[in-house]
Design a protein around this ligand. Structure first.
Ligand code: AMP
Ligand code: ZN
Length: 462
């Protein structure tokens, strides 16, 4: 039985899909105007873990993730420039090329983190769904839920009874902590744009005709329109980072539920933020690290994935370089184990699989699941069984162990010679020399791990 924390009811709930073993999953994808930060990437890792867990439990997951290539305005509100167009102007490039370039970068990050992302029609682009977004706004207009002001068509949030149910705030409460820009023409601060008009004095690169004039869709409309078309409404699980709860997801719910008279999604699951040095991560703080920054410091991208797994997705994770180093060392140890074990087929049942599954089923308790992995590896379980278990567990953890299981690496003679010298130092309890030789081995790109019976293992560092 899978239990998930449902933001909508602020409760841990047993997951019950709408259609048997089929699960409809929608995750809000990237706005493609800059490279993803490791904060953004934490959210995608969490969503990947959720999806892999569902698959391991025998569900067939239909995952849709959008690409926001238009309509997301600076400051997340309804005024300010379009993020993609702004970046295009800054770089002197075409907005469509900017969107494509950052989507490619996003894919590269996904691959390096072993995140399985949707492809083809399950990865819709906002610019590819203009017709559906206009149709949704028309539906809301027909129901008398919209109004027009000088810069666009807006949703009147007071006309949707359930407004605020996701974040637990009433309309009047929405002030502190939420960036709502001042637009004096809006009837209520929580009202939001459904369709924005192109500025009268400028030509946008991305703009379309609509019943209300030339312009572009508001940010929230895309997810509502795409989810309805690709997954149907209601679908099972909707995910994103916690920053989306109060505005983006609240607005998705308002539009979709008001338009179709039924829930948008049954379970709303949100990932907590990654902090850096205990505080917000941002460009102005100079700590909006990218995966490339980690790689430049010789970290394996999968060490970052491992790092994320060590903390529950609903807890804040404070990123530190030392923490990442610890994760990398632990991952290396796991890789050493995987190489040492015989090759095998993934197990489907057994005591350890049950333990592991029960941790993951408890609201994706990945740190507990990792503890089960270590416990299993240290146990007296038969080596072949260990290999089978590890393989099955890695299908959920996604640490790339399948590719190296049962494939020991032969270190070059020069490295083995230093390792042997270090063995002698250890035998004579010369720890200082032993440490020096370990550093010498590391400087040559190898990691030496001491084995249980006085032996050692050598593993390349990258
Ligand atoms: P964006 O491209 O800005 O829409 O963000 C992509 C995803 O990253 C969204 O699901 C956000 O909620 C999430 N996100 C943004 N900042 C962080 C952070 N510091 N930690 C974790 N997730 C984040
Ligand atoms: Zn969304």
């Amino acid at each position: 039985m899978l239990k998930l924390w449902n933001t909508l009811h602020r409760a841990l709930e047993e997951f019950k899909p709408i259609k048997g073993k089929n699960v409809g999953l929608y995750t809000c994808g990237p706005t493609v105007y800059n490279p993803a930060t490791i904060g953004n990437l934490r959210t995608y890792v969490f969503e990947d873990i959720l999806k892999r867990t569902l698959v391991s439990l025998g569900y067939k997951v239909h995952h849709v993730m959008n690409i926001t290539d238009v309509g997301h305005l600076v400051g997340d509100g309804d005024s300010g420039e379009d993020k993609v167009e702004k970046e295009a102007a800054k770089q002197g490039k075409d907005a469509w090329d900017i969107a494509k370039m950052y989507e490619r970068m996003f894919d590269k990050d996904m691959m390096r983190l072993n995140i399985i992302t949707p492809v083809g029609k399950d990865r819709p682009h906002a610019t590819g769904y203009i017709k559906q977004q206009i149709a949704l706004v028309e539906k809301l207009e027909d129901k008398g839920l919209t109004y027009r002001i000088s810069d666009g068509i807006y949703f009147d949030t007071t006309k949707f009874d359930g407004y605020g149910k996701l974040s637990g705030q009433r309309i009047g409460d929405k002030q502190a902590g939420i960036r709502i820009e001042l637009n004096r023409e809006k009837k209520h601060p929580t009202d939001f744009a459904l369709w924005k008009f192109s500025p009268a004095d400028a030509v946008r690169q991305m703009e379309w005709n609509s019943p209300w004039g030339r312009g572009f869709p508001g940010w929230h409309v895309e997810c509502s329109a795409m989810a309805e078309e690709l997954l149907g409404q209601p679908f099972d699980i909707h995910c994103g980072g916690v920053d989306h709860i109060a505005v983006h997801h609240e607005n998705e719910i308002a539009q979709s539920e008001a338009a179709y008279g039924k829930p948008l999604a049954n379970y709303w699951v949100h990932g907590e933020f990654l902090l850096v040095d205990g505080g917000r991560m941002g460009k102005s703080e100079g700590n909006a690290y990218l995966l490339d920054d980690l790689i430049a410091k010789k970290f394996d991208p999968l060490a970052y994935r491992f790092y994320c797994l060590g903390t529950h997705y609903r807890s804040k994770l404070n990123f530190t370089w030392e923490g990442l180093e610890g994760a990398q060392n632990a991952l290396r140890k796991l890789q050493v184990e995987a190489r040492r074990l015989p090759s095998a087929k993934a197990a489907t049942k057994g005591e350890w699989i049950e333990k592991f599954t029960s941790a993951m089923s408890d609201d994706l308790n990945s740190s507990e699941a990792l503890a089960v992995v270590w416990e299993m590896l240290k146990s007296k379980t038969d080596e072949k069984e260990k290999a089978s278990n590890l393989l099955a567990m890695d299908e959920v953890l996604g640490l790339g162990l399948a590719g190296i299981l049962g494939k020991p690496i032969q270190a070059p003679g020069e490295i083995v010679a230093i390792a042997e010298e270090r063995q002698l130092a250890r035998e004579s309890k010369d720890w200082k020399k032993s440490d020096e030789l370990r550093d010498k081995i590391a400087a040559k790109g190898w990691l030496i791990e001491d084995g249980k019976n006085g032996g050692y293992d050598l593993q390349p560092l990258s």
